[in-house]
Design a protein around this ligand. Structure first.
Ligand code: NAI
Ligand code: MG
Length: 813
């Protein structure tokens, strides 16, 4: 028996060196061996041989050892999986919510039961530390299924009027393989959908293990299918026409490709993409806590975290002290084998990622950044494996690549600010908007800053905390949609009214002044409208003023009987740009109180009512409606304004019940600048139905009214002028619907867009928005009944007119 000498114990106490504390890999190895270290896809409740024989290795990044061979899924495999999910759908949806809840509950129980296997397998396949998989990833996975077992149970009472979307295709990354599976699969199943999941090529094992556990737990075959493979498999999956929904987490670049691949297919989409999240430290912050915060922000999971706090912004007066403390803390971090329970940082996922980190770090050095790494960094490389040391850059220019690009590694860049205004400006100086962390002991300051940050999650005096009850997701190029909480459930549901809409009849939508051959001899068909004594040429409405169109062209508006009713401006690209600029400047509307917005909407309603006769006359002349129908449309428009005036101060946020000493505020925020494009029919009511909810929630709107009959909207200018609507809150550009819609979709300063028109136009809007990743809501060529409040108004409109920001505020000492 080996004995430890008194001296060596003493030496250990003096140096406080850690000895190795390995977790056993036995359970994971046994699982791999049981499968002969070779895996097919998991389809229809069992492992199946891939259609083509191609396989590839998945390795442990810590030492490069091969863990097993997995299949490279092709189109045939994907098709088989989607079919299995389709076949499983009716029976799965036929279950009662209670029965589905029991299945989700069983999944949570099984995750807990097999927590050790899953934690070890995850650490091996990804290279992250066992401490994280055991204490963070796997418990959060179980929590996610428990939480969503609840939503499954409460589906009918909590989401009345909504239904499951169908088969969901889900593509996930390698940084949190099992947790991302949970974030995707749990809400999808809870809502009554079936799933085909494609895990990342570097980390397919826990998804396969989970699918197997799910089958053991009694999940019906085909409800959850897993197809492995690389980006080609992912591309084949998102291209499959059997999908009703695609959910993706990964790089912004691939997010754009997926936005394009799904455009025009009526596929519901959520994208959780990259980030370059700010970590703000104010001069009154508890610096020691903030230092621990930085450790969790950027050295958690090797910095391979989409919401990693990778830009450290420190108030100038405490910057030197903060850096000193941070350097001291970096010295004590431990990096090494994943299964060593005392490690803080594990291995980088793959050589390609290590190269990317190395390249960006070299670039930052070359750009003059001052680089600090702990003294032990140099010995790291000797151990082999894909390790990169914790790295802190200071003296970095805000515009440098290191400050702008997502490095996705353990590298933080630090900058300083003087005032809170400057802090907000620096924080928002990014194309991303996933998360932000704010450190100050002053709650007034924290809650003043949080709403000003363009990010989906704001952590006050904490960072990288997650819970199933709280939504997670981005602003701007970090994508759209939320995962977790009530807001996340909506990503897997659709309003039942939307599901049942008919398509427009062939000639119901006018192809627009550019698309249509203008009636022969129609006045103004090819030039400026007729001037004359009575100028019947309407103008555009931009920044609270009537404006001539840039091109000075107009087009005739013809009545149902062919009579010439007047001229509408033919707005172009430049006019759209001016309107967006005016909306951008009209930010006061977004800051107005909800009460104030309600008053303005009531005022609009009142003024419209006062001129009802005029509008009835206009509608009759344009659409040929009967007196009664025209009256009904005007009345419905007034009522709709009343409804949104009423709702303006009643669309509340929530305080999520996250299991910490903490309030998590789920705040609905306006998008800022929104575009709405209205169809031809019901030219007053459809226009009001789209503009009013956007306004009620505090958006500034650029609206394109009915192309065929725009005069009901241009008649509104005077109503708007007399209703205290501030300049820039509503901007109206008439002209060719499809042309204007495409320009708006492409415009980077339009954050969200609703389009109601043709199927082709819907596709264009989704495709053209891929570059700026705005959130879109299109009708896919389906006709709504605007008079029916079930279709033409309601909370779905308000939900689409806002995005949820979750602000985490811990309390207690
Ligand atoms: P990626 O975005 O290419 O991969 C994510 C997932 O998408 C994987 O399952 C992949 O197989 C799949 N995929 C790739 N191309 C696809 C396509 N055309 N259609 C459908 N699915 C496709 O990310 P990758 O290559 O692993 O990493 C590249 C960079 O992306 C990283 O350096 C990092 O900066 C960033 N990244 C960000 C993540 C985040 O959560 N924000 C997660 C992973 C990577
Ligand atoms: Mg691997």
């Amino acid at each position: 028996m080996k004995t430890t000498s008194h001296d060596s114990v003493k030496a250990i106490f003096e140096s406080l060196e850690y000895g190795p504390a390995p977790e056993s890999a036995d359970a994971a190895m046994a699982w791999l061996e049981r499968h002969g270290r070779s895996f097919g896809h998991f389809i229809g409740g069992r492992f199946v041989e891939p259609a083509e024989g191609e396989r590839f290795a998945t390795v442990h990044p810590g030492d490069g050892s091969e863990l097993g061979q997995v299949a490279q899924g092709g189109e045939e495999d994907v098709d088989g999986a989607v079919r299995a999910a389709e076949q499983a759908l009716p029976a799965w949806q036929g279950l009662t919510p209670f029965e589905r809840a029991r299945h989700l509950y069983a999944l949570a129980r099984h995750v807990q039961k097999h927590a050790r296997l899953l934690a070890v397998l995850e650490a091996l396949d990804n290279g992250k530390t066992i401490r994280e998989t055991r204490d963070i990833d796997v418990p959060l996975v179980a929590r996610h299924f428990y939480h969503h077992a609840g939503w499954a149970q409460l589906l009918e009472s909590e989401f009345p009027g909504y239904q499951a979307v169908g088969v969901c295709g889900q593509v996930i990354p390698w940084n949190f393989p099992l947790l991302m599976l949970a974030w995707k699969v749990a809400p999808a199943l809870a809502a009554g959908n079936t799933v085909v999941l494609k895990p990342a090529e570097f980390t397919p094992l826990t998804a396969l293990a989970f699918a197997e556990l799910a089958a053991e737990a009694g999940l019906p075959p085909g409800v959850l299918n897993v197809v492995t493979g690389d980006g080609r498999t992912g591309a084949a999956l998102v291209a499959h026409d059997g999908l009703a929904k695609v959910a993706f987490t990964g790089s912004t670049e691939v997010g754009r490709i997926i936005r394009q691949a799904t455009a025009g297919r009526g596929v519901k989409l959520s994208l959780e993409l990259g980030g370059k999240s700010p970590f703000l430290v104010f001069d009154d912050a508890d610096l020691d806590s903030a230092v621990e915060g930085v450790v969790d922000a950027i050295w958690f999971n090797q910095g391979e975290v989409c919401c990693a706090g990778s830009r450290l912004l420190v108030q100038e007066s405490v910057a030197a002290r903060m850096e000193e403390k941070l350097r001291a803390r970096m010295e004590t971090l431990r990096e090494g084998p994943s299964l060593d329970k005392a490690m803080d940082i594990g291995a980088i996922i793959a050589p390609v990622q290590l190269d990317k980190i190395t390249r960006l770090v070299e670039q930052c050095r070359a750009e003059g950044g001052r680089c600090y790494q702990p003294s032990w960094a140099s010995s790291l490389a000797e151990d082999g494996g894909l390790f990169f040391p914790p790295t802190l850059f200071s003296e970095v220019a805000p515009s440098s690549a290191a400050a702008q690009e997502e490095i996705f590694g353990p590298v933080i860049v630090s900058m300083t600010f003087r005032t809170p205004e400057e802090a907000v400006e620096l924080a928002n100086n990014t194309r991303y908007g996933l998360a932000a962390s704010v450190w100050t002991e002053n709650v007034n300051l924290a809650l003043d800053i949080a709403p000003k940050l363009e990010a989906g999650v704001v952590w006050v005096n904490c960072t990288n905390v997650f819970d199933a009850a709280s939504g997670f997701g981005g602003y701007r190029e970090s994508g759209f949609g939320r995962e977790g909480g009530r807001e996340g459930m909506f990503e897997y549901l659709k309003p039942s009214w939307e599901a049942g809409l008919p398509a427009y009849a062939a000639d119901e939508l006018w192809s627009g002044p550019n698309g249509a051959a203008l009636g022969e001899g129609a006045p103004g068909a090819d030039g400026p409208g007729p001037g004359g004594a009575i100028d019947r040429t309407a103008k555009l409405y931009i920044g609270g003023k009537q404006a001539r169109p840039d091109g000075n062209y107009s087009y005739p508006v013809l009545g149902a009987d062919g009579s010439h009713l007047g001229e509408a401006p033919l707005g172009n690209r430049k006019d759209v740009r001016n309107a967006v600029e005016a909306a951008r400047k009209g930010s006061g509307w977004s800051k107005a109180t909800a009460h104030n917005r309600a008053q303005v909407l009531y005022y609009l309603a009142e003024n419209l009512q006062a001129r009802a006769a005029e509008f009835i006359h206009r509608l009759r002349a344009m659409t040929g409606a009967t007196d009664a129908d025209a009256m009904r449309e005007v009345e419905a428009s007034v009522r709709r304004l009343f409804v949104y005036a009423a709702l303006a101060d009643k669309y509340d946020g929530a305080v999520h019940a996250t299991p910490f000493r903490n309030v998590t505020l789920a705040m609905p925020e306006p998008w800022g600048v929104m575009a709405v494009v209205a169809p031809d029919e019901a030219p007053l009511l459809a226009f009001v139905s789209l503009v009013a909810p956007a306004l009620a929630m505090g958006n500034r709107v650029v609206a394109v009214p009915s192309a065929r009959w725009p005069l009901a909207a241009t008649d509104l200018y005077q109503v708007i002028d007399t209703s205290d609507v501030p300049p820039g809150a509503v901007n109206i550009v008439t002209g060719d619907r499809e042309e204007l819609a495409a320009v708006l979709a492409k415009h980077a300063d339009v954050a969200a867009m609703w389009y109601v028109g043709t199927a082709d136009g819907s596709a264009v809007v989704e495709r053209e928005s891929a570059d700026n990743l705005k959130a879109t809501w299109v009708n896919g060529g389906k006709r709504r009944d605007w008079l029916d409040p079930g279709q033409g108004e309601g909370r779905e409109y308000l939900r689409r007119a806002t995005r949820i920001k979750n602000i985490w505020v811990p309390y207690g000492e």
